[in-house]
Design a protein around this ligand. Structure first.
Ligand code: FAD
Length: 593
């Protein structure tokens, strides 16, 4: 396999706020290669047989018991090393292929999480930061599942504030081992793991390091399996380290650089989660569409009712955007990585750097897609009526399972604030001409000549919304920058504006790239995305404006917001009906990949 998709000149992170991006070079599911489609089909067949057919088992601790053997089976079939170099038994696939695979593989009830940790959080530290000896020793075992791995960052007193962990390794007298003591919490796969990537401080260090810890070193004790609301077939325990002797050569990367490793591994986890939930959302939508096509009330099937049609259409609109966002980022990561390799960088470093450079987009995608999935799952349950509340239906399990997605891999609040922080840092360092553009936008609004008209509603809305958002950002930068950390509500709202600008642009570009394939349906989905994004942008900017401006300046900005809101109305009701027809025909999401 692979690296089969051509790469393009990289675009910088955050550049979606500057405009000017064309559909050229955009990666979308429509561009999956034959190889990628075959890979998706083979994992789909495996999971249909092994997991989906008896999903109930994975809603209980029985799923945990089955986990190790199933992982080994996947290892034998080569499914656990998609992004791993061939030299270590993997497929050496590029990042977009890993996402294409993950959308199917990780959307496998609670077993998806078991696979996710083994192939993402439980391998990425080594893959991205390990030295040759460490990789030679451990990678083949993880790829075959002879070794089951887990990622140990969170502690009872260190959750979102992960850097404050107390787990500590102290060098022994001989200088041969770190003696590790501490406690980790909520560790996925820990019940059967034999390899632990542990984030701990060494001696009196203030910063974290990362250690590779084998269970066989001795001194590891596990808590009981947690009783959870959902993902009950996934192992989650506390892990206690009691004088565990860790050889010094098992320090991963540099001492004191563990937090950087933890964060970059979470970047990959976040974008992978954005595709995972796209997969689960498609399943939830499929259940809703099929149920609505069978269940009769008032002498007709539910999907004949206008209200139900709008729900099904809303699901399609969100999934179309989820795909557009996640795969766009996957493509950008590959493009950046390929460029760094062309510039002479070692492939491992290039991958690290490429992923880190899109950390902001990974955070936005995690937030957008997990929240879209939550909405879809909730509405799918609603379409099922009372049956949706019954433990007999799969949507009830999905509803409980999805709730965790907004909590782990960084809560959605933390990810929102992180994205703004990262964007501003980039702008302050001059890596993105955001401040200059923001000042220009503010001047245009003051001059009253900022509204660009265009034949295309969505494009002109996007351009105008970007101008207004940047103008407001100029005021945030000018007036609140030193105290921004205390302005959390503002940061959350700003992050929502940027996320919607990114989502809308991704959907518009996807439609332009695929303009010959089902143009009416794509146009309808783009219009619905406009309505959706516009609503969020309006509410968010209304929250921000009174915080950054007063008097006549505030009135001017609120007027500008009303102008933005009023331009280019969309006939929402018939547009939903158009999309709903396509959903009825497909009995689910109307595009297959
Ligand atoms: C089922 C499950 C599996 C998990 N798997 C793993 C794993 O494999 N490995 C691992 O290391 N961890 C794992 N975790 C831990 C997970 O990553 C953390 O739960 C998550 O990071 C949140 O930390 P916390 O639970 O301590 O919440 P807290 O940090 O206490 O947050 C509580 C609330 O306060 C908010 N908050 C926190 N700080 C701020 C702030 N500065 N400003 C505003 N709001 C704030 C949060 O957004 C949240 O709403 C798992 C958790 C669960 C439940």
């Amino acid at each position: 396999m692979t690296n089969s998709t051509p790469t393009h000149a990289p675009v910088s992170s955050g550049s979606f706020l500057l405009g000017g991006r064309s559909a050229k070079g955009l990666f979308t599911p429509e561009l999956f290669t034959e190889e990628q489609r075959m890979l998706r089909q083979s994992i789909r067949d495996f999971l249909d047989r092994e997991i989906h057919a008896h999903y109930q088992l994975f809603d209980s601790k029985e799923g945990i018991e089955r986990g190790p053997a199933l992982l080994e089976k996947m290892g034998e079939m080569g499914f656990l090393g998609i992004g791993v170099p061939e030299a270590y038994g993997g497929f050496e696939a590029d990042f977009r292929t890993q996402l294409a695979f993950g959308e199917v593989a990780y959307a496998a009830w609670s077993f998806g999480l078991t696979i996710g940790v083994q192939t993402s959080l439980g391998i990425a530290p080594l893959l991205l930061y390990g030295n040759k000896a460490q990789k030679d020793k451990y990678l083949p075992g993880i790829v075959s599942a002879d070794r089951k791995s887990c990622y140990c960052l969170t502690e009872p007193t260190a959750g979102s504030d992960a850097n404050s962990g107390k787990t500590r390794g102290v060098l022994n007298e001989g200088g041969t081992h770190y003696i590790l003591n501490g406690q980790k919490m909520w560790i996925t796969n820990s019940g059967f793991a034999d390899l632990f990537f542990v984030f701990a401080k060494i001696a009196d260090d203030e910063k974290l390091s990362c250690l590779i810890v084998e269970k066989d070193f001795g001194g590891i004790r596990l808590g009981a399996e947690e009783e959870k609301m959902g993902i009950r077939g996934s192992s989650t325990r506390q892990v206690f380290f009691e004088d565990v002797p860790v050889p010094v050569e098992n320090l991963l990367g540099e001492r004191g650089k563990g937090f950087k490793i933890a964060l970059n591994v979470l970047n990959t986890g976040r974008i992978k989660m954005a595709t995972t939930v796209t997969g689960t959302a498609k399943r939830a939508m499929g259940y809703a569409a099929r149920y609505a096509s069978e269940r009769q009330q008032f002498g007709q099937t539910l999907d004949q009712f206008d209200a139900i049609q709008a729900k099904l259409s809303g699901m399609a609109q969100r999934i179309y955007a989820m795909e557009a966002i996640a795969f766009r980022i996957g493509g950008q990561i590959d493009d950046a990585c390929a460029q760094l390799i062309r510039d002479g960088m070692d492939p491992q470093q290039a991958e690290q750097k490429a992923i880190a450079s899109y950390a902001m987009e990974c955070a936005l995608a995690k937030v957008h897609n997990t929240e879209a999935d939550a909405w879809i799952t909730d509405e799918s349950l609603q379409v099922h009526g009372g049956m949706g509340y019954s433990a007999e239906t799969p949507i009830e399990t999905m509803y409980r399972n999805q709730r965790i997605n907004r909590i782990y891999e960084g809560t959605n609040e933390i990810n929102r604030m992180l994205s703004i922080d990262m964007l501003l840092r980039k702008a302050m360092k001059g890596q993105l001409p955001l401040l200059q553009e923001a000042t220009k936008a503010h001047q245009a609004i003051q001059a009253g000549n900022w509204l660009a008209e265009g034949a295309n509603n969505e494009r002109s809305y996007l351009r105008n919304a970007r101008t207004l958002a940047l103008a407001i950002m100029a005021l945030v930068g000018e007036r609140l920058l030193p105290t921004l950390k205390q302005e959390q509500q503002l940061m959350l709202a700003l992050s929502d504006v940027f996320t919607e600008l990114f989502a809308l642009e991704s959907v518009i570009l996807r439609g332009e790239q695929q303009s010959k394939d089902r143009p009416e349906l794509r146009e309808a989905l783009t219009k619905l995305q406009l309505v959706h994004s516009r609503g969020i942008i309006y509410q968010s900017l209304r929250t921000i404006i009174p915080r950054v401006a007063e008097g006549s300046e505030r009135s001017q900005l609120l007027d500008a917001l009303l102008q933005l809101e009023g331009a280019g109305m969309v006939p929402v009701i018939p547009t939903h009906r158009t999309v709903a027809l396509a959903v009825q025909e497909a009995k689910g999401y109307p595009f297959s990949s």
